[in-house]
Design a protein around this ligand. Sequence first.
Ligand SMILES: Nc1ncnc2c1ncn2[C@@H]1O[C@H](COP(=O)(O)OP(=O)(O)OP(=O)(O)O)[C@@H](O)[C@H]1O
Length: 242
Amino acid sequence: MIEVRGLKKNFKNFEALKGIDFIVAKGEVLGLLGENGAGKTTTLRILATMLKPDGGTVKLNGKNVLDSANEIRKEIGILFGGESGIYDRLTARENIVYYGELNDMTKDEIDDRIKHLVKVFNMEEYIDRRAGKFSKGMKQKVAIARSIVHNPSIMLFDEPTSGLDVGGARIIQQFIETCKAEGKTVIFSSHSMAEVEKLCDRVAVIHKGKIVESGYLKEIKEKYDKNMEDLFLELVGEGNEL
Ligand SMILES: Nc1ncnc2c1ncn2[C@@H]1O[C@H](COP(=O)(O)OP(=O)(O)OP(=O)(O)O)[C@@H](O)[C@H]1O
């Protein structure tokens, strides 16, 4: 469960978040939508305890980011888009072990979990090879496996499919569906309306640091009687001049 109420964040005197509210229940996927610079990454970084909020309340599984950051980190998995962040000089296994150790797992716990993840992601052939020569798709799988080595109940994705080809994006989308099926609480940001329509239960649209619409995708689509793309453009006030 994720609860965000009145969340504010300033960078010097620039108000990046001006009082954001949304909730995501266990087993639900929330799509965070917004144009470049709207505040999506800032919101996700606060949820991931990487940035401190300046106002409002942010709770993950009932724990406040301001006083329970260490506990929260054990309950969240983070997959941010762009470079996978996999260490080229380490093998796939070593990359995953390293994250397990960062999450205070014992060697036996890590070994058991890797056995499971290798099967789930078909990594048998390359789990003990150095990551330097891996394809983007292989690196993506290692990055996913690493993000869930500690079996978190909450997953945060920031534009996870940006820059990936169709196959790579499909791996991530299927992973998001698996997270939902396993009852995890999921938030992901995206610029792809097709992806949002496919994966989300709820959406929250951010515009210039404010939520301009949020709720269940189905209800919002009924309310506006529009496809996601037209609806999004109407909400963020773009395209009207065409
Ligand atoms: N560390 C920082 N210092 C100053 N300004 C920042 C900082 N981080 C973000 N901002 C500003 O805050 C605003 C929101 O940025 P944010 O990265 O959250 O947007 P976003 O919705 O994730 O955009 P994108 O889709 O381009 O990734 C932007 O105007 C950005 O320039």
